[in-house]
Design a protein around this ligand. Structure first.
Ligand code: 5CA
Ligand code: ZN
Length: 477
């Protein structure tokens, strides 16, 4: 490694926090030098990754949702209607108070989330049971004056990639089914990013302000802390009563609707980078990688034949719809490997005179470093087969790591001893007092009760009473 490369190298991922900050810059994901706290700038490369990630969620939702776009500004009188909701958000709202030098009659909130922008319109749009269910989503920026430590992609004051869905249903049960469906969609979305997530029902004190209940999905970060990467909320008819959203049922009665909302943010990109990356840089599932294949010519003396072969391979891959780059620049091959490894390009093809004589290329996988000669005649299929192998391998690796780091614990001391390793699972009687005491004693949060898992009988780790549920507990971002 040259001096220059050493300087450009990442800290080891063992020092996760430093590694994370560094990779955002060196991988050209985010520039953190914007002069407002909690606001960051997408580099074009990072934005390209974001676009590919959001393309997946769009496609998944477009099957039976419609995309929409509501205003950023919410008038104070609408924002203040739902008591619980205000309590949850009032410390986090940015207010627009002036137009130029003129004070506004009605202050305007920068949306921290869009219930209070959307639901007054739902009131106008929904008339009868024939209008239901209604399932809309938007991908927008939202603003939250976060007071906890801000971090790029993870805790933002301007969330630039807030995907929020807002659905309306005839009954409470229909809305509950939609919450489950949302979690199913999110699990599939994260599966495509090769990220295993844990869905759990948040304890009551940690639900979304204004909701009946919240189901969240969490991902395990390399440092053992969890990141909440998606939430789905059952809103009951709470907002319907506040915003007077009613429909005429089959008998001609006016009935309040039942609603859900569910959101994800660029935390999805944070989890992707953190979970798959390594000491050499980004590692990406091929589906979202901005560059999927890089071709490096290995030239000794006369370049002509090798370059022509590389161009042919590039054209063949492009014809398959693969995002490919031919790096024919002047740097040494080693420097090029280094650069594209940092950028997380899933497949590298090296083509030199010897390969050409065999009508082959050397294929190198970013995730494992494995090298294999592949025939040029069938290069498109070879590459595509490798993409799906990489996708599967990334998921399997992350899943194994997650499973390894979920630890059953039977006492508070055991919990304390194991939290640095990952997520612990303990019996909890369900009493709020015990839950809060547990959180305080161990210095971590209850994520919630795992959904879709059968449980068992045990004793609450706090009070010793009979318990028939287990909860995940973790240090969280
Ligand atoms: N209206 C609902 C559903 S869209 C809502 O606002 N839910 S939320 O508050 O839980 O946010 C949805 C998701 O956005 C969270 O699960 C979390 O993954 C992400 N998120 C929340 N706050 C931030 C933040 N400050 N920075 C980055 N992501 C955030
Ligand atoms: Zn208890």
């Amino acid at each position: 490694m040259s001096e220059q490369e050493k300087e450009a190298a990442l800290p080891s991922k063992e020092n996760f926090s430093e590694w994370y900050n560094d990779i955002l810059q060196k991988g050209e994901i985010m520039d953190v030098r914007y002069p407002v706290k909690g606001l960051y700038v997408w580099y074009p490369f990072g934005f390209n990754l974001r676009r590919n990630v959001y393309e997946i969620i769009r496609k998944l939702l477009d099957k039976d949702h419609q995309e929409t776009l509501f205003p950023l500004l919410i008038p104070e009188n609408e924002f203040m209607k739902e008591a619980e909701h205000i309590k949850g958000f009032e410390d986090e709202v940015y207010w627009v108070t002036h137009g130029g030098t003129t004070p506004l009659d009605i202050k305007l909130a920068l949306r921290p989330t869009s219930e209070t922008a959307i639901y007054p319109m739902y009131r106008l749009w929904i008339r009868s049971h024939a209008d239901l269910p209604l399932k809309l989503y938007q991908i927008v920026n939202t603003f939250r004056y976060e007071t906890k430590h801000t971090r790029p992609l993870i805790r933002l004051r301007e969330i630039t990639s807030f995907k929020e869905a807002h659905t309306v249903h005839a009954t409470w049960d229909d809305a509950a089914a939609q919450v489950d469906e949302a979690i199913r969609i999110y699990t599939e979305f994260y599966r495509r990013l090769a990220i295993p997530v844990l869905p759990s029902k948040r304890p009551d004190w940690d639900k979304f302000p204004g909701a009946d209940y919240t189901i969240a999905t969490d991902a395990l970060m390399p440092d053992g802390k969890t990141l909440q990467v998606g939430t789905a909320h059952h809103l009951g008819d709470n907002f319907a009563r506040t915003f007077d959203i009613q429909y005429e049922d089959a008998e001609g009665e006016q009935v309040y609707v039942h609603q859900t909302c569910y959101g994800i943010s660029e935390r999805s990109v944070a989890a992707l980078i953190s979970i798959h990356g390594d000491d050499k840089g980004l590692v990406m599932p091929p589906e979202v990688a901005p560059v999927q294949v890089v071709i490096i010519p290995i030239i000794f003396g006369e370049a002509g034949d090798v370059l022509r072969a590389c161009e042919k391979v590039r054209d063949a891959l492009e014809a398959e719809g693969i995002r490919v780059r031919l790096d024919a620049g002047d740097s040494r091959p080693g420097a090029k490997y280094y650069k594209w490894e940092m950028k997380g390009v899933p497949v590298r093809l090296e083509i030199g005179p010897r390969d050409l004589r065999n009508n082959a290329a050397m294929l190198v996988r970013r995730d494992t470093g494995e090298k294999q000669q592949v025939p040029l005649d069938n290069i498109g299929n070879e590459v595509l087969a490798r993409f799906s192998a990489i996708q599967d391998a990334l998921y399997e690796k992350a899943k194994k790591e997650l499973d390894r780091r979920i630890l059953d614990c039977m006492s508070l001391d055991e919990v304390k001893g194991n939290l640095s390793k990952g997520i612990v699972k303990v019996f909890w009687c369900g009493e709020k007092d015990c839950g809060l005491k547990l959180e305080e004693e161990v210095g971590a949060g209850i994520l919630g009760i795992p959904t879709g898992q059968e449980c068992c009988q045990g004793k609450c780790v706090v009070c010793g009473a009979d318990a028939d549920t287990m909860v995940y507990v973790a240090r969280t971002y």
